[in-house]
Design a protein around this ligand. Structure first.
Ligand SMILES: Cc1ncc(COP(=O)(O)O)c(C=O)c1O
Length: 393
């Protein structure tokens, strides 16, 4: 028998970075010592207190049963307490918090949960590629909003046409931003709430790198007056606590959006393994020194990389957070041809910016997910290719 994929699955975009992984593996197979800066997988271990909480939670019989459909009430309460303590934002744990098997799950589910075929959604360009998965599954019309260096990688709402403002139902934002590392200001978020209210467009803020500020704690969108009613903020434990493999995240905000997510999830899953939810409670309510240390670690790595890059004449775009550096492509190259050159001739893998959207084609993304020594070595290898004008003191 022969089966074909559904129209929905056939609509899904090709995974751009699968090709990069293949090329890197081919290079490694030749025996090359590849410095892989192309991925976004946290390299540090989960803090011990969380691992221990998980070990204890697995042994409890009640955690071996089904979870309540919408997740453990105690976890939702911990999320509410976290928002209160970190951001002075009060949320109702029952109606304003949804538990997710990783924030990607919620970001992909949301268009299916609240949009209809033909509805329009505004997505950032460049942006996290997985936003497109949910919109394609839901057969939603996508309009890309450019994020440019000239506007600090924030959307310029004045440049969105009146027609688009009338048609769009949701706008996705993400600060600290993947891939650019840009952060949002309080003024920008205030303007965003105004934009949402004026045009009746829901704001979906992806706060995956919310704990990873470069010197300063990033702002939560929900700290903005009025934000909680106009949209949602998605968070994940993947980056904050190095728990990417554990698959746990949450959404906080507008009760209608939360209810829609919970309704869809009740059909698809029986929430997350209760032991993982208990470990998440330990993470959110336990000591946060590991988080401070992690943000500091990425800041140190950023400094090491961007200083070494500057020495070879390669100037990073300013970044306020995340664990990425967003580096310009020298003239004469596309992001893909430049990434290919770096892999072939310097054995350094970087992510071509085009994989995040057409606006990314003048950049490559560097993951600061290895030691300062390796990051410096990557720059030294690239420096030997003499692609930039080095600065002389
Ligand atoms: C911008 C952004 N959002 C969301 C996610 C998804 O994180 P998770 O599904 O692990 O919570 C990632 C992961 O790389 C990301 O970079």
């Amino acid at each position: 028998m022969h089966f074909t994929e559904s129209a929905a699955v056939q609509r899904l975009p090709q995974h751009f970075f699968a090709t990069l992984v293949q090329k890197v593996n081919q290079k490694i197979a030749t025996g090359a010592d590849v410095i892989n800066l192309g991925q976004g997988n946290p390299d540090q271990p989960t803090p011990t207190n969380i691992v221990k909480a998980m070990q204890a939670a697995v042994a409890k019989p009640e955690n071996q049963q089904y979870s309540p459909f919408a997740g453990l009430p105690a976890l939702k309460q911990s999320v509410a307490t976290y928002y209160h303590d970190h951001y002075q934002v009060d949320v109702d744990p029952e109606t304003e918090v949804a538990i997710l098997g990783g924030s990607k799950t919620g970001l992909v589910e949301l268009p299916l949960a609240v949009l209809n075929p033909g509805d329009r959604i505004l997505l950032p360009n460049p942006g996290y590629p997985d936003y497109l998965s949910g919109t394609h599954l839901a057969d939603v019309e996508v309009e890309l909003v450019p994020l440019r260096a000239s506007n600090h990688f924030l959307p310029d709402y004045d440049k969105i046409s009146t027609k688009s403002k009338q048609l769009a139902k949701l706008l996705y934002l993400n600060y600290p931003n993947n891939p650019t590392g840009a952060v949002a200001t309080a003024d920008f978020f205030a303007e965003t709430v105004q934009f949402a209210k004026q045009n009746q467009i829901g704001i979906i803020h992806d706060f995956a790198y919310g704990a990873l500020g470069n010197h300063q704690q990033p702002l939560s969108f929900l700290q903005t007056p009025g934000a909680k009613t106009v949209g949602l903020e998605f968070s994940t434990l993947s980056k904050t606590y190095n728990m990417a493999g554990w698959r746990i995240g949450f959404a906080v905000g507008n009760p209608d959006l939360i209810a829609a997510l919970n309704d869809l999830q009740a059909q698809l899953f029986v929430s997350v393994f209760p032991a993982v939810q208990e470990a998440a409670i330990a993470a959110l309510t336990g000591p946060q020194d590991s988080v401070t240390a992690l943000a500091q670690l990425y800041t140190t790595r950023r400094h090491a990389f961007e200083t070494a890059a500057a020495e070879i004449g390669w100037k990073a775009t300013p970044a306020g957070g995340s664990f990425f550096s967003w580096m310009p492509v020298p003239s004469g190259y596309t992001s893909e041809s430049f990434a290919d050159l770096l892999l072939e001739q310097a054995a350094v893998a970087v992510a071509p910016g085009k994989g995040f959207g057409s606006e990314g084609d003048h950049y490559v993304r560097i993951g600061l997910l290895t030691s300062p020594a390796r990051l410096r070595e990557a720059c030294q290898r690239i420096g030997k290719l003499q692609l930039f004008q080095p600065h002389h003191e």
